[in-house]
Ligand binder design. Structure first.
Ligand code: UDP
Length: 330
């Protein structure tokens, strides 16, 4: 299939491009390079530096390449930043998606795979989280994505041909197992890269945000899913999607690891000590989040290959140890 990948120069989008090509599909990348890296897109893949707000450029690209499906990754994804800059998040994530959907409608492209998030659930009443739980996001990032989910449902209602799958990601981690692609965020706030930066001396230490949570070791528990498994799920979801269908799936491995367990894993993988400081809670962090990912397993047969935190951390370390300065050194 000819697939437009928005945000294809970003962390997850670039891995999706790789998985699409390996699966015999033809990705075409659109990215405004605000946070993406041109080096993350292979030279053989058509690339357009275009912002989602530019609907007419999107329409032209959709038509020129006779796009059959869009995978929409392009978005801002920092919870803290969304609290201080909500309008930027609604403009990029919500208005950007509307602009893309309008271009798709005009170009007659009626199939979409959308990157949603477990942040749309907010503070869940029960874990593991099933797709039917109420969605009450507690920050603008989660709301900016939830609005898009609602808009997609309305668009599907309005057009019987429109088909979409919304994938609610848990904590995406790791890098391509052949170390051909990496993770390079600026600023970097995610746990696993931050721990590895502390090992590399790129930062002085890792601060653990809170040790008084109601969990066995007092630190937060999250569900870390390997980026290649996540992208493989996009592929099976896209291939299964029939005209007029609407599908929603959680993407996680279905078990959680605590912050302490992740740090211990990094020590095992890197064989180095991680300088750690124990600090106060970060506002807005729920204690425990992990997925019930049985729906996509039962309906599409997708299974994560990576289930052990050491294996996930090892792929990230493989890339960071070779590229301590990120894509600037590639
Ligand atoms: N975390 C931490 N120190 C850091 C970064 C993250 O203790 O420097 C914790 C954070 O509180 C959360 C978990 O690690 O419980 C995962 O955080 P991350 O920012 O990677 O993802 P999030 O769960 O916020 O999407």
């Amino acid at each position: 299939m000819r697939v437009l990948v928005t945000g294809g120069a970003g962390y997850i989008g670039s891995h999706a491009v790789k998985v699409l090509r390996e699966g015999g599909h033809e990705p075409i990348v659109v990215d405004n390079l605000y946070r993406g890296h041109r080096q993350a897109v292979p030279s053989e893949v058509p690339f357009y530096q275009v912002d989602l707000a530019d609907g007419s450029a999107l329409r032209q690209i959709l038509a020129r390449h006779q796009i059959e499906c869009v995978m929409h990754f392009a978005a801002l994804a920092y919870v803290g930043e969304s609290v201080t800059e909500p309008l930027t998040y609604y403009a990029n994530n919500t208005a950007g998606a509307i602009s893309l959907l309008q271009a798709m409608r005009q170009a007659g492209v009626r199939r979409l795979v959308f990157s949603s998030t477990c942040a749309t659930y907010g503070e869940p009443e029960t874990v593991p989280i099933v797709e039917s739980l109420p969605q009450n996001p507690i920050n603008p990032y989660g709301r900016s994505k939830l609005f898009v989910e609602r808009i997609l449902a309305d668009e599907a209602q309005a057009d019987a041909e429109f088909a979409y799958v919304a994938l609610r990601y848990f904590n995406v981690a790791g890098t391509a197992s052949d170390a051909s692609l990496g993770e390079d965020h600026d600023p970097e706030t995610h746990l696993i890269p931050s721990v590895l930066f502390a090992v590399l001396g790129r930062r002085e230490k890792i601060v653990v945000f809170g040790t008084d949570y109601p969990t066995p070791d007092g630190t937060c528990i999250r569900d870390y899913i390997h980026v290649e498994d996540l992208c493989a799920a996009h592929l099976v979801a896209m291939e299964a999607l029939q005209p007029g269908e609407r599908r929603i799936y959680n993407l996680g491995i279905g078990r959680g690891y605590s912050v302490r367990e992740v740090i211990e894993s990094a020590q095992r993988v890197t064989r180095q000590a991680v300088p750690v400081e124990y600090g106060p809670r970060r506002p807005g962090d729920p204690a425990v989040l992990f997925a019930d990912a049985s729906k996509i397993q039962a309906e599409l047969g997708w299974r994560p290959q990576y289930r052990n935190i050491d294996d996930i951390v090892a792929t990230a370390w493989n890339w960071f140890a070779r590229h301590p300065g990120g894509y600037a050194e590639v």
